[in-house]
Ligand binder design. Structure first.
Ligand SMILES: Nc1ncnc2c1ncn2[C@@H]1O[C@H](COP(=O)(O)OP(=O)(O)OP(=O)(O)O)[C@@H](O)[C@H]1O
Ligand SMILES: [Mg+2]
Length: 607
């Protein structure tokens, strides 16, 4: 295959890639990791392409008998023969072409799907810090835009190699059979293209990289706009958002147009050089026909071959530009797939502790984005008891949950569950210990039932009904058009904040794990609903280790232990009464809350 591709001098110019080995290594990786799995389909497609390509040579070769025996020689019986041959060539070409396309599409689409599957699976393994640096829009562009661009390009490259190179070889064979010297004259200008083509290719590659980068930033902008549409409208910043987008649009237009100019340069150069060769042969060969050393049929076969070679050569020359563009995408896809998560699962994981474990953080330090988030935090949540984490916004409370689930790794210190460092447990087993209601109570764009089960096995109706009742979901369910089968909308947007929170609580109730982590789990509920749901959560906490984060301090009054966090440290620990008596930060927060609730309390009609 590679021999065929290298042999014609015509493609030599296009074969000098600007950054040389790097591109070939990327193609090699793509082949080994993905394309080679479709070996059989690709081989079939290439065979069909070769057949399609070879028909051009056959057609050019048919010109010689057509002219010499039919038109000039006047042999009437040859007409039928040539006609049947030409018709056969076209039928063969049509069939090979159609089959080749379908086979290739199957191979490339399956490969693209596999690549996208792997990208998603891998992206979900990378840690929070990495995702912070690579926003969702950027990653969506990687998974969709880059894979589409790459898969389109490799289809073009394969077609070039399989069909156009074979066409070219067969056409050159016809040309050489007529006259090797004519062929040489026709091709003499092509080596001159090597340098300009290489320069154009380097240019195209840089523009392609820039265009993909801009596309990723555009996707991030769109993601921001669509997720924050309400905020955009309420703040009246549609104009500002459009200008931010327009900026990128203008830069993308510039990069794409320049890239197109670079890509156009290569076939344009080929055109020029082929034109020169054509004229040279016309002048030289025309004289040979006049003096009788060549027949008209030979001349026609040669020129048909040359004329038909025009398109394959142009496409082959453009191929380096196509590949350059794809290389940028492949490089980015590969970079993501080779990104190693910071979290390393232990080689020999310790089995998770049985029952409700004690949870201990010991002198934990953590920096995020240069910001000291935890500064020597130590705390203990006793086994089977409820521990509350309170403290000012930004104190590091939610960060504790992220550390427990190993969404973040501490810079120093220990995080122990049941006496076992979280890093010694299998991450999935560790996370299986927790029922979490997170601060944002995120739902997925599925029905409420699916949001409760999250792909797990079905639950008995009685258990489901109990969870719906305890979480307060049962209260609003009858008002939804399809009950449990009502779609929750993107990110749960079809439900109110408090409804979302109740679905998240029901989910935690159904999960039935030994540790309960509740981050502001009832903050969006009205006081009456909150009281009821708190009762259910208290019942659930019995016999479990629970850590409860709350700003509304009255909800944690009855916790077995309260830990007060401030600026990444535990500053006080004790029961509600002891902390109030201590007169520290907790007591101050409590008094402030009392004064704060006095006002809305007065507005509630007495019942
Ligand atoms: N990825 C990040 N990069 C930089 N700083 C971060 C990052 N994540 C969190 N922080 C910082 O860590 C600090 C603690 O955040 P955390 O979410 O734990 O606070 P919290 O106590 O839960 O606050 P709240 O009560 O408002 O929910 C905050 O100051 C926040 O700015
Ligand atoms: Mg928080």
């Amino acid at each position: 295959m590679t021999r065929m591709r290298r042999r014609p001098a015509l493609t030599a110019a296009a074969e000098i890639p600007a950054p040389g080995g790097a591109e070939r290594r990327l193609l090699g990786w793509l082949w080994r990791a993905y394309l080679s799995r479709e070996r059989a389909l690709l081989a079939a497609a290439m065979l069909l392409m070769a057949l399609e390509g070879a028909t051009l040579g056959l057609f050019a070769a048919a010109m010689e008998p057509l002219f010499d025996r039919v038109f000039v020689g006047g042999e009437p019986q040859a007409i039928g023969l040539v006609a049947v041959a030409v018709a056969g060539i076209f039928v063969l070409r049509a069939a090979a072409s159609a089959l080749q396309r379908v086979t290739l599409a199957q191979a490339t689409e399956r490969t693209a799907a596999r690549l996208q599957h792997d990208l998603l699976a891998h992206l979900m393994r990378l840690d929070g810090g990495w995702h912070q640096r690579h926003p969702p829009g950027y990653l969506i562009e990687r998974v969709q835009g880059d894979v589409a661009a790459v898969s389109q390009s490799w289809a073009t490259v394969l077609t070039g190699v399989g069909r156009d190179a074979v066409a070219l070889v067969s056409l050159l064979a016809v040309a050489v059979a007529v006259d090797p010297l004519w062929t040489l004259v026709a091709l003499v200008g092509l080596p001159l293209l090597a340098l300009p083509a290489a320069l154009a290719q380097g240019f195209v590659q840089r523009r392609a990289a820039a265009a993909r980068e801009i596309a990723a930033r555009m996707a991030t902008r769109l993601d921001e706009v669509f997720h924050g549409l309400a905020a955009v409208k309420l703040n009246g910043i549609e104009g500002w958002m459009t200008r931010r987008y327009d900026d990128l649009l203008a830069r993308r237009v510039r990069a794409e147009v320049r890239g197109a100019a670079g890509r156009a340069a290569i076939p344009a150069l080929v055109d020029l050089m082929t034109g020169v060769g054509f004229v040279a042969v016309l002048l030289y060969g025309g004289a040979q026909i006049a003096d009788g050393s060549k027949t008209v049929g030979q001349f026609m076969a040669f020129f048909t071959a040359m004329a038909l070679a025009f398109e394959p050569v142009r496409r082959l020359a453009g191929l380096s530009g196509v590949w350059s563009q794809a290389a940028a995408g492949v490089a980015r896809i590969r970079a993501i797939l080779e990104e190693r998560p910071r979290l390393r699962p232990p080689a020999r994981p310790v089995p998770p502790p049985p029952g409700a474990p004690e949870i201990v953080l010991r002198d934990v330090h953590l920096q995020l984005g240069g910001h000291r988030v935890l500064d020597g935090l130590s705390l203990t949540a006793p086994a089977g008891r409820t521990t509350a984490l309170v403290g000012p916004s930004g104190a590091g409370k939610s960060t504790v949950f992220a550390l427990l689930g190993r969404l973040l790794e501490p810079d120093a210190g220990e995080v122990l569950v049941g006496g076992v460092p979280v890093s010694a447990l299998d991450p999935a087993a560790l996370r299986g210990l927790f029922s979490v209601v997170a601060q944002d109570a995120l739902l997925f764009d599925e029905t409420i039932r699916d949001n409760l089960l999250l792909g797990g096995p079905p639950v008995e109706d009685s258990r489901l009904a109990a969870a719906l009742e305890a979480s307060g979901v049962a209260e609003f369910l009858p008002h939804l058009p399809l009950g449990l089968d009502t779609p929750a909308g993107p990110r749960g947007s079809a439900l109110s904040g408090g409804q979302r929170q109740r679905v998240a609580i029901a989910r935690a109730l159904l999960r039935d794990a030994p540790v309960l982590l509740l981050d502001e789990a009832t903050s969006a509920l009205d006081p009456a609903t909150e009281r009821r749901v708190q009762g259910a959560l208290r019942a659930l906490s019995a016999g479990r280790t629970a850590i409860v984060i709350a700003h509304r301090l009255h909800t944690v009054r009855e916790a077995d232990r309260i830990v007060v966090l401030d600026r990444g440290r535990a500053v006080e620990t004790g029961t509600h009464d002891a902390l109030i008596a201590g007169g520290g930060l907790y007591a101050r927060l409590h008094h402030m809350a009392e004064r704060g609730t006095a006002v809305p309390g007065a507005l509630v009609a007495p019942d």
